[in-house]
Design a protein around this ligand. Structure first.
Ligand code: DGY
Length: 320
């Protein structure tokens, strides 16, 4: 019987597709992050490994799989935790889960835009602390969202869903992407193509939707904050290292931008100390795709990829 190793407690929805066909082994204890050494051991005698975004699927892990390891199936859309070059070299299939989490992640992105602009976290805390003494003309004045400019960096499937939501708020949406969309697509999404620099200087809300690569590491750093509006908000639901957190802290301290809403961090699960006490930051524990339905769908797609590859078929969503 072929063997599948699973590093995290992913929903049963997908695992039930595998359980009668393969021998399933889970990392122990399931709630502790697996180490590279543990993954190497697992890789040595399994045909498939199901991983999450924080699992280090390095050259050593993939090579340890020898001829036996056929697939690394990542439970998530991002796959910067996997050494794709080594997968290619060693003929190990790598898969991810696009197409099932973009709407859910876009919903959260929009919730973050609304929350940071209208100061929901601070005002709720104020009320819970017993400070609400009645309506006041100047109580928690925030920023409007309607009629404002939204800049989207990376208009993939998540960015496009964010643009659709922005339409309902009558926002002006600018986007930057490696390849421009067709005129028809731009019209449908109500978006205008612009240079990265132009978007930085025009956006009231700047939302990041790029994968983490060498090119996008610290894409938003000191120079970019200087170009942004002083009352702009930065929203990041992509990957933490896309933003230089030390530069962000400085930009907030010196009022270069008004605030930030972050679902991802440079050194997850660590969060930069300079962000933790700031009222002008909304900080969330990487919950972009965290709804039961979305996680079930991610699990099903991950496991369908494993099933396909171990049965000698093409995976549904290979990363390359
Ligand atoms: C992903 O899929 O890459 C997210 O960050 C987790 O939902």
């Amino acid at each position: 019987m072929k063997k599948v190793f699973i590093t995290s407690n992913i929903p049963k929805a997908g695992l039930s597709l595998l359980k009668d066909k393969f021998q399933l082994t889970f990392h122990e204890p399931l709630d502790r992050q697996i180490t590279e050494e543990e993954l190497i051991e697992a890789s040595k005698n399994h045909d498939a490994i199901i991983t999450i975004l924080s699992d280090p699927v390095t050259e050593r892990v993939i090579s340890a799989g020898g001829d036996k390891l056929k697939i690394v199936a990542n439970y998530g859309a991002g796959f910067n935790n996997i050494d794709i070059d080594t997968c290619k070299k060693r003929n190990v299939q790598a898969t991810n889960t696009p197409g099932v989490l973009h709407k859910t992640t876009a919903d959260l992105t929009f919730a973050m835009i609304l929350s940071i602009a209208r100061r929901l976290k601070e005002s709720e805390q104020f009320l819970r602390d017993g400070n609400f003494g009645g309506w006041k003309p100047d109580l928690f004045l925030g920023s409007d969202i309607h009629n404002k400019t939204l800049g989207i960096i990376g208009l993939g499937e998540i960015g496009q869903e964010v643009a659709k939501r922005a339409k309902g708020f009558n926002m002006k949406t600018l986007y930057y992407k490696r390849t421009q969309l067709s005129q028809k697509e731009e019209q449908e999404l109500n978006v205008n193509y612009a240079s990265f620099e132009h978007i930085l200087s025009e956006s009231d809300f700047l939302s990041l939707h790029v994968p983490l690569t060498e090119k996008t590491h610290h894409l938003i750093s000191k120079d970019e904050f200087v170009k942004m509006k002083n009352d702009a908000f930065l929203i990041n639901t992509s990957r933490g290292p896309v933003v230089d957190e030390s530069a962000l802290v400085k930009a907030l301290e010196t009022n270069q931008i008004r605030g930030a809403a972050l679902d991802v961090f440079e050194e997850e699960p660590k969060v930069h100390n300079g962000l933790l006490n700031r009222e002008d930051c909304l900080l969330l524990p990487h919950i972009g795709s965290a709804t039961q339905k979305c996680r079930d769908d991610m699990s099903i797609l991950t496991c369908k990829n494993v099933l396909a590859v171990l049965e000698g078929k093409e995976p549904l969503t290979p990363v390359v």
